[in-house]
Design a protein around this ligand. Structure first.
Ligand code: NAD
Length: 416
């Protein structure tokens, strides 16, 4: 593997290495499960609105497809690069293995700030990228999805471009608009899943009552859906934030009122139902549960000692650094790891893919019921393993996922 000191890559590799050691897995097998199977880097020339041609850089990292086709999002972000993409691809392999859905792991990205492009430039860039990677993706090969900076509209353009080359193929991407074969409930699924496992974990802890208080950092797709589901299940959401800062009300925020206010064009800071807090203050507020659902690396060795929550539910990918994780463990703060907490997204992507293949549509109630069932099984298995073996939920999750992947590799005979 190319040497990278990227914190995300380190975090995932550290977790896999720990699982390899605990499970007594051979070194050659370790290399097989760490190394990405295939990586593609593409140059993407786009004629910009001012007439100049600009060359963007795109990536697709396909980590492992032993248990099913590669699966993972596409990120449009200025920091997207090969190493970042690789780290996120690896995370996806273990996420799918942990919740036992038939996918491997992949991730893609373009190094771009999509907010700086016009819609025409963005469509052209997305089509170029799709052409650039079309020969390595496919319904039984690799199925992209949205991630930071991309959305259902981006998936619709990818589906259109891929279909122009290969014929009508709705199952080439998930997270599409419902009108084009997207699944009901897909956009809320990672947040709902996080709230489902968060509630189960809170119930398993002696020091959290029936109506936990919850902080959500990052009121985007994941964070807002998590907040709504927590409230639906009887929790009190006391603080939420976006990139501009947060709001806090110790008696509980009116989440439905906040949603109406934001939908009407209001800025979070102007919402009357709470007092203003900064994002760093928000992480250290008094509450039972903290859900970091914004970006990676927000819980660090600097602030881990000040966190008052008893339970952290990682809505975002890798919000906790390796050093912070150790501090939290010493302080007996429980952490539901990202590969479990936000797996609801890939679970409902799996439902979408299955619906597309079968040319069949599920009702929202069925999607949510099946999501609840898979997330509950994933949590129960992880919790049981952590109790039996006396390890953290993160170690338990990686041990289960690594064991499942290793067994599949043995059975397919790759190392014979
Ligand atoms: P999003 O863009 O919809 O929301 C992100 C939110 O975080 C926004 O409210 C934004 O204002 C806020 N934010 C951004 N930078 C911040 C900062 N520095 N401090 C505080 N808040 C900040 O994104 P999303 O889809 O909700 O994804 C959030 C995280 O969850 C990412 O790590 C993503 O990889 C992960 N995730 C997303 C999905 C999915 O399907 N959307 C699935 C699994 C994991």
């Amino acid at each position: 593997m190319v040497g990278q000191d990227l914190q995300m890559l380190e975090g995932t590799v550290a977790c896999v290495n720990a699982a390899v050691a605990e499970l007594g897995i051979r070194d050659d097998m370790r290399d097989v499960i760490i190394e990405p199977w295939r990586e593609l880097s593409v140059a993407l020339p786009v004629r910009m609105d001012d007439g100049a041609v600009k060359v963007f850089h795109g990536y697709r990292s396909q980590h492992n497809a032993t248990r099913g086709p590669f699966k993972g999002g596409i990120r449009f972000h200025p920091a997207a690069d090969q190493a970042h993409t690789r780290a996120l691809a690896m995370l996806m392999t273990f996420k799918s293995a942990l919740v036992d859905i038939p996918f491997g792991g992949a991730k893609g990205g373009i190094q771009v700030d999509p907010r700086q492009l016009s819609e025409r430039e963005l469509i052209t860039l997305t089509r170029r990228y799709t052409r650039g990677i079309n020969h390595v993706i496919g319904v039984s090969r690799d199925i992209p999805a949205p991630d930071l900076g991309t959305n259902a509209q981006t998936m619709a353009w990818i589906m259109d471009e891929y279909s122009a080359i290969h014929g009508y193929t709705p199952g080439i991407v998930t997270g599409k608009p419902v009108e084009l074969g997207g699944s009901e409930g897909r956009s809320e699924s990672p947040g709902r899943g996080a709230a489902i496992v968060g509630r189960l974990a809170a119930q398993d802890m002696d020091n959290i009552g029936d109506s936990p208080t919850v902080i959500v950092q990052g009121y985007g797709q994941v964070g807002s859906s998590a907040a709504r589901k927590f409230v639906e299940d009887g929790a009190l959401v006391v603080a939420v934030s976006d990139v501009s800062g947060g709001i806090y009300n110790s008696s509980g925020l009116d989440i439905a009122g906040l949603d109406r206010f934001l939908a009407g064009g209001g800025a979070m800071a102007e919402f009357a139902g709470g007092e203003r807090v900064s994002n760093s203050e928000l992480l250290e507020l008094q509450a039972d549960v903290l859900v970091p659902a914004a970006i990676e690396g927000v819980i660090t060795s600097e602030n881990a000692g000040g966190i008052k929550a008893k339970l952290i539910v990682e809505g975002a990918n890798q919000p906790t650094t390796v050093a912070a994780d150790m501090i939290l463990a010493e302080r007996s703060v429980a952490v539901v790891p990202d590969i479990l907490a936000n797996a609801g997204g890939v679970v409902v992507s799996y439902f979408e893919w299955a619906q597309n293949i079968q040319r069949f549509k599920w009702e929202l109630t069925r999607v949510n019921a099946e999501l609840e069932s898979i997330m509950t099984s994933g949590y129960r298995a992880t919790y049981a393993y952590s109790q039996t073996h006396g390890v953290s939920l993160r170690s338990a999750a990686y041990n289960i996922a690594v064991d499942r992947l290793t067994k599949a590799i043995e059975l397919r005979g790759f190392l014979k």
